[in-house]
Structures are given as C-alpha cells and as structure tokens.
Design a protein around this ligand. Sequence first.
Ligand code: SAM
Length: 239
Amino acid sequence: GVNLYLVPTPIGNLKDITLRALEVLKSVNVILAEDTRTTGILLKHLEITNSLQSYHIFNEHKAAEKLVERMKRGEVFALVSDAGTPAISDPGFLLVREVIAAGLEVQTLPGPTAFVPALVNSALPNDRFVFEGFLPHKKGRKTRIEALIEESRTMVFYESPHRLLKTLEQLAEAFGADRQACVSRELTKLHEENVRGALSELIEYYQSNPLKGEIVLTVAGKAEQKESREEKRAAKYGK
Ligand code: SAM
C-alpha cells in the first residue's frame, strides 16, 4: 500500500480540488501541512476533520526521518502545501527521497500547479520547456540568468510581484528586449490576467500598472537558426 500521498490543493479557485484528493485527505491517518493554519482553513471549507500536523522545511531532514519511522509502523500520511502541488517550489522533495530510500511507497496525485496553465496560456511553444522555479534573489542570480542565454526551450519562472520588474529588465538585458514573454497573474482567481508581449512591452506595461498577486513568468527560448531550404541543399550536395 501507499505510505505517503502528495496531494495538490487549489492555487486560487477552491473548486480545483479533485474527487480523489478529497478521498485521500479523508482516508489518511495524518495530513502533513506546510502551514497548518492555511490548510486548516481549506480543510474546514472541504468539511474534512482529519488530524493535521505541520511539516517544516527548516529541519526537514530530521522531520523526514521521524515520519519514515512512523510509516514503517503503519501510519499513512498525506503531504499538502499552501497551494498547488507539494514539492514543486515547495517542501516535499526530501521527504519523498527518504521515503523511497526506505523502500516505502509514494504516490503523487495529479492536480493544481501554477506553471502548467501559465505555460499553456502564454501561447509560446510548449512541446519542450524548462521549469526554472524561483531565480536566486541575490547570490547566483546573474550566473543563473547567463546560463539561460542559449536556452532554446520556453522557460517558466515563479516570481514575486515586487521583483518582477527587475527580473524583466535583467532578462531583457540578457536575452534582448524583443524576446516574447507572458506574465500570468492570479491564475484561477477572479482577477486572472495573462499579459503577452515582448519583454520591452511588458516592462513598459508594469512600469505604469503596479503589480499585485501571484505571478508566473513565461519566456520564449532563443530562436534556433533555421537553415533555409537552399542552405540545406547546399550542405547536402555541396553547392
Ligand atoms: N507548489 C506550487 C505549485 O505547484 O505551483 C508553487 C508554490 S511557490 C511557493 C508559489 C509561487 O507559485 C508563487 O510565487 C507564484 O509564482 C506561483 N503561483 C502560485 N499560485 C499562483 C496563481 N494563482 N497565479 C499565478 N502564480 C501562482
């Protein structure tokens, strides 16, 4: 049987909870939450009265060890984060790794996560893409951006509203101001907004429209140099 379930929760719209998520949250022995207050409010809304325990990222190693012991004794857990899919730019990775290493069973339920609707809404190519999560705030930020200069796949970033403008400016400097991008704000919520355009246009827009809410930034990859038909033929036939 499964020892640990990872259960996605809504990223805004409370209707975005799956039937299976409800079933699992009701059936486990303990729900582990990033923030018991936030999850408490959600569980109350869903009329779930299961027991709730906090799962902190600080000291995650020690916490994971203790939980694995309890799983070995038969307790079944569900991990949830404040919003979206646990372990995606949220706590959970270490716990999953420890549980697997102990020979126990993990199951992640599919469900809400911010980067998928953002990527699709962006209307940028999504047959291949890279999820970059949050850029480092200070140390390593420039290096990370520079490492993406040659990236040809669409890139998806999580970003906080007060840092977005700075990020747009830094990416414009590194990738060129005419690179296409999309800012997805407040996905699934009442004031959802997807603003598409060149980085320069987005910079202009957000200089005059102050930002609030949660944001995913999607940026087109570097255009691959397409060989023309003539060039291909020349390469093949040597003329
Ligand atoms: N685990 C979450 C997931 O599966 O998407 C991500 C957690 S991360 C700490 C929070 C970030 O996700 C926010 O800063 C924002 O970049 C993004 N995010 C979460 N909800 C969002 C929403 N409704 N609209 C846009 N972005 C959102």
